[in-house]
Write a protein that binds this ligand. Structure first.
Ligand SMILES: [Mn+2]
Length: 328
């Protein structure tokens, strides 16, 4: 057994263990949790997968039901106590996108850059690779744990989603893991998952979103002025990047007395995680990868700057983006 896995197991042994993903989990988060659950079970540790918020996307729901992944939302976690242990996957304690549950966060496996160092983890495996699924698959590979078709398919799907089919944030390890998972995975299933991008009932919302798009100096902005799930904002943000004139996209909508953001960047020099973190200073918080990131801003704080939310948000982002371009 590798030293890393040995450490993780010795931390968790003898405790009730929960695997917690970020809120509104996406395919990479769910695949990572599922893969880790199967891996730990192989070594005698039984876990419960939990999260806050619903599983939003059609494709993600299809994966959960296909592999019968048992996911518990925080509202249904009646038995969790402060003595229970939590392993965070695809996210870290203190991030805006993860709810603080009553149990103890003792371990983290993640692929997001750390903007604020959090103490208290007894085990940390944070690697800057394309997906969290990559890291989980690496545990199977290095420890020669049998890879089932369902786990391989889930992990490969998670890897493909987060790297946008191997076009963003891809590292050597992702490519190695791709060739490791390839013979085990069910590619027809992945194709089926990938074709479930949106629901038919969302088609009108999609058309409305595209009407709301404004492009300023290569930066696309879309204020979606209707209730929409995180996965939908992320999808629009991805879509806007396909417009030839666009190299950076900012999509946002109303959420819980504020605004939820999804941003994308084509250039490493325009680090999406840094830019949103800087743009929202004083009104909210944000972070993520160089090519994809997210965040949240409070409406009350934004209102102090201006009530024209669309304009002020454009202004905040363009200021940071222009200053980065001038510093090049
Ligand atoms: Mn991820």
């Amino acid at each position: 057994m590798t030293q890393e896995l040995q450490e993780l197991i010795s931390v968790l042994k003898g405790h009730r263990v929960y695997i917690q993903t970020h809120n509104f989990p996406d395919p990479d988060a769910i695949a990572s949790a599922y893969g880790l659950q199967v891996l730990l079970e192989h070594f005698g540790i039984i876990t419960i997968i939990c999260h806050h918020g619903i599983v939003e996307r059609a494709a993600t729901m299809n994966m959960v039901s296909e592999f019968k992944i048992d996911m518990t939302t925080d509202d249904d976690l009646i038995y969790m106590s402060e003595n229970d242990y939590i392993v965070n996957v695809d996210s870290q304690k203190g991030n805006a996108n993860i709810r603080d549950l009553i149990g103890k966060e003792v371990a983290v496996i993640d692929h997001h850059p750390v903007f604020t160092e959090i103490d208290g983890y007894l085990f940390k495996d944070i690697r800057m690779v394309g997906s969290c699924s990559t890291i989980i698959a690496d545990y199977f590979r290095k420890n020669e744990v049998e890879m089932s078709e369902s786990v391989a398919t889930a992990l490969l799907y998670g890897l493909k989603c987060d790297t946008h089919n191997f076009t963003r944030g891809v590292k050597n390890l992702d490519v190695e893991i791709f060739s490791y998972l390839f013979p085990y995975a069910n590619h027809q299933l992945i194709r089926r998952f990938q074709s479930g991008e949106i629901f038919y009932k969302e088609v009108n919302a999609l058309a409305d979103s595209l009407k709301a798009v404004e492009i300023i100096d290569g930066v696309a902005f879309a204020f979606l002025d209707f209730p929409c799930p995180d996965a939908f904002i992320a999808m629009i943000s991805d879509f806007l990047m396909q417009i030839e004139e666009v190299f950076f996209s900012v999509v946002f909508c109303h959420r819980d007395g504020g605004f939820k953001f999804s941003v994308r960047s084509e250039y490493d020099e325009l680090d999406a995680g840094r830019i949103i973190s800087d743009a929202l200073v004083g009104i909210g918080s944000g972070g993520g990868h160089k090519s994809m990131a997210g965040g949240y801003a409070s409406e009350e704080k934004l209102r102090r700057l201006s009530t024209d939310y669309g304009k002020i948000i454009q202004h905040l982002f363009l200021n940071i983006i222009h200053s980065k371009q001038n510093n090049k």
